[in-house]
Design a protein around this ligand. Structure first.
Ligand code: ZN
Ligand code: ZN
Length: 327
């Protein structure tokens, strides 16, 4: 990965040129960088970004120069089997800005109008760029099907886990339990009002959850993406409960499941993939100040420090690492 000076190409009639104000590093960027996730090199990475409109194509109607905007990076085709069945996130021709085509780790980015949303004035760009992970988190919480008063367990308190726990709270969760080995992250989960915060390295997670619930959780949302927590999720859920796999395990990772336990407990196991039609709800929640990102430990780097920022993010010392091009 390197920084390169490049001419801005001419925009097409349906495209918008935006000046990137903030772009966040996501776990997916790290996976692309280390070769464990697909991409389309040479490509400008960065799919969580917000900025201002610099220029608009001839047929663009919803945006004008100067508008504050945020990008939904996931471009669906609209005509494949899955798109036409309403499962746009499962689109067979899905491409993403910052993964397959040039994205936001740049001063400027060209984005199709249809991928843009207006960013209200009261949302700073640094929060705006987190609309994408928030929109994915909303999908995950939707799938967990939380009922008022439910006991919900969140495994992992990174950016996603901390967003999901706040969303779960908004859904009416009764007891909210967060499991996280990192001390600072546990502290943030506490500040965001988790009822019980467990350190899995020091405490017996299963025992604590069984003592604090009736026979386990109604829903467990796995946000860590490793085989131990994926397996643990199934042990923590009560009969009739739901398990959502949100965290991304390595492609070849396997866990042991007995079909009998799924049968006997009548478990529902779901995967949560990206953000089908959840983007505007994410903006709405940020606008209404319903999601608190002030406790998030955020570190900022300039565009020239991109490599350094990736290395820093890998150390997992912060919740989010942002690239602010204008520094
Ligand atoms: Zn992402
Ligand atoms: Zn499609």
């Amino acid at each position: 990965m390197r920084i390169k000076e490049r001419k801005i190409r001419k925009i097409m009639p349906n495209e918008v040129l935006i000046r990137v104000r903030a772009c966040s590093i996501c776990g997916t960027d790290i996976h692309i960088f280390d070769g464990s996730a697909n991409s389309n090199p040479p490509v400008i990475l960065g799919h969580e970004y917000a900025g201002t409109v610099e220029d608009v194509g001839k047929s663009v109607v919803r945006f004008k120069i100067g508008d504050r905007v945020v990008v939904d990076p996931n471009i669906t085709c609209g005509h494949c089997y899955y798109c036409r069945r309403g499962f746009i996130h499962l689109c067979e021709n899905l491409i993403a800005l910052g993964v397959h085509i040039d994205g936001g780790f740049a001063e400027y980015s060209i984005v199709p109008e249809i991928q843009l949303y207006k960013l209200p004035d009261n949302i700073p760009f640094e929060w705006g760029c987190l609309t994408e992970p928030l929109s994915c988190s909303i999908h995950g919480v939707d799938l967990a099907d939380i009922k008022v008063g439910d006991t919900v367990v969140i495994l992992g308190a990174g950016a996603i886990g901390l967003m999901i726990m706040q969303l779960a709270r908004l859904c009416g969760t009764g007891k909210l339990i967060v499991v996280e080995p990192n001390k600072e992250r546990r502290e943030i989960a506490r500040m965001l009002k988790a009822d019980i915060v467990i350190d899995p390295a020091e405490e017996d997670v299963g025992d604590i959850i069984m003592r604090n619930s009736y026979d386990g959780a109604d829903a467990v949302i796995e946000c860590a993406g490793n085989p131990q927590t994926a397996r643990l999720a199934l042990d923590l859920v009560r009969r009739g409960g739901r398990v959502v796999f949100f965290g991304v395990c390595d492609r070849d990772v396997k866990i042991n499941i007995k079909p009998w336990e799924i049968y006997l407990k009548e478990l529902t196991i779901k995967g949560s993939y990206i953000n089908p039609n959840t983007f505007s709800r994410a903006i709405e929640l940020l606008t209404l100040n319903k999601i608190d990102l002030t406790e998030f430990n955020i570190k900022r780097f300039s565009l020239g420090e991109l490599l350094k920022a990736f290395e820093y993010h890998k150390e997992r010392k912060v919740i989010k690492t942002l690239i602010i091009p204008e520094t």
